[in-house]
Design a protein around this ligand. Structure first.
Ligand code: AMP
Ligand code: TRP
Length: 327
């Protein structure tokens, strides 16, 4: 059986981009593979976090995993910090990572741009991400397009380790959706939709109320034309909205275009809002039920126990191959 692993940071509220680019695929893959899905809290602290907010968001992301349809009986859902092997293998892989390759990571360049105090954790972030993946010998890693480069580095590190210390790690493949791997901002189609954007109108949060969703979509930037046509060069904003429509409705891009031929943006945006609400409302209801049930702590504890068993075995093998004396 194939193994799948992915993670989402508990830094801010999750967006429709996270759902379409990543989480939806988690739900689909749980039926075909042995899955590990985690809330990557150790990654979240590579930029400053308020303790109370980190605690709240960590629980919220775990609850959203379940609300989105991940079944904890099928997939392991856990907090990264509950499985100690992540931090430990992260360190071991940091020693195998080159400064030059870490400096080339676009996420590091983006997040450190213009700052004069840059945490070292932000720099070695990709080595920790490699540890996350390699501890479970994951074959597939469902992520959005922006994580492709980190996956490449993970593959390089796995190969480097195998070459130096003997065949140990599976070389993972990214699993990136064909449509929706990069949902763009509603106010600027040159930037990806991101929960860290200070403009609330630029993203749809998974927990936005239906009215807020309708308002955000009605205000989404479009060009001055009226043709609902997918053309990322000429009509990037409308193309982004068509992608979202296609992902939420299950229609193809061509079917969406055909449905709104000659109708202009008004009816298209109105229906798009209802499509998004139709996807998010049931998730929100399940989310509220799960938070109210108080069950998250127990689920995460069970998930971490199962994940630790796998991760600890890999870590032991890695340490033995690297020449550590084992206790
Ligand atoms: P993050 O929020 O950075 O932890 O991202 C979690 C997952 O969501 C990763 O697999 C990202 O690639 C994916 N993701 C984040 N933003 C977007 C977006 N705007 N479009 C598609 N996927 C995204
Ligand atoms: N770096 C990923 C992001 O920002 C989150 C992440 C951490 C991750 N560890 C992972 C994704 C392991 C996939 C697999 O989205």
């Amino acid at each position: 059986m194939k193994k799948v692993l992915s993670g989402i940071q508990p830094s801010g509220r999750l967006t429709l981009g996270n759902y379409i680019g990543a989480m939806r695929n988690f739900v689909e893959l749980q039926h075909q593979a042995e899955c590990f899905f985690m809330v990557v809290d150790l990654h979240a602290i590579t930029v400053p976090q308020e303790p109370a907010a980190l605690r709240e968001q960590s629980e919220a992301v775990a609850a959203l995993f379940i609300a989105a349809g991940i079944d904890p009986a099928k997939a392991n859902v856990f907090m990264q910090s509950h499985v100690r092997a992540h931090a430990e293998l992260g360190w071991l892989l940091t020693t195998l990572s080159y400064m030059g390759e870490l400096e080339r990571m676009t996420q590091f360049k983006d997040k450190s741009a213009g700052k004069d105090a840059i945490g070292a954790g932000l720099f070695v972030y990709p080595s920790l991400m490699a540890a996350d993946i390699l501890l479970y010998n994951a074959d597939l890693v469902p992520v959005g397009d922006d994580q492709k480069q980190h996956l490449e580095l993970t593959r390089d590190l796995a190969g480097r380790f195998n070459h130096r210390f003997g065949e140990t790690f599976t070389i993972p493949e990214p699993y990136i959706p064909k449509v929706g791997a990069r949902i763009m901002s509603l106010d600027d189609a040159s930037k990806k939709m991101s929960k860290s954007n200070p403009n609330q109108g630029s993203f749809i949060a998974l927990l936005d109320t239906p009215d807020v969703i309708r308002k955000k979509i009605s205000r989404a930037v479009t060009d001055s034309g009226r043709e609902v046509r997918f053309d990322t060069a000429e009509k990037p904003e409308v193309s982004n909205l068509i992608s979202i429509y296609a992902q939420c409705s299950g229609l193809t891009v061509a079917e969406v275009e055909a449905r709104y031929e000659g109708q202009g943006y008004g009816p298209f945006k109105k229906d798009l809002a209802e499509q998004v609400v139709g996807v998010l409302e049931p998730i929100q209801q399940r989310y509220n039920d799960i938070r109210a049930s108080g069950e998250i702590g127990k689920l995460l504890k069970e998930g971490a126990e199962k994940a630790s068993a796998v991760a600890d075995a890999t870590l032991r093998q890695v340490k033995e191959r690297m020449g550590f004396l084992l206790p």
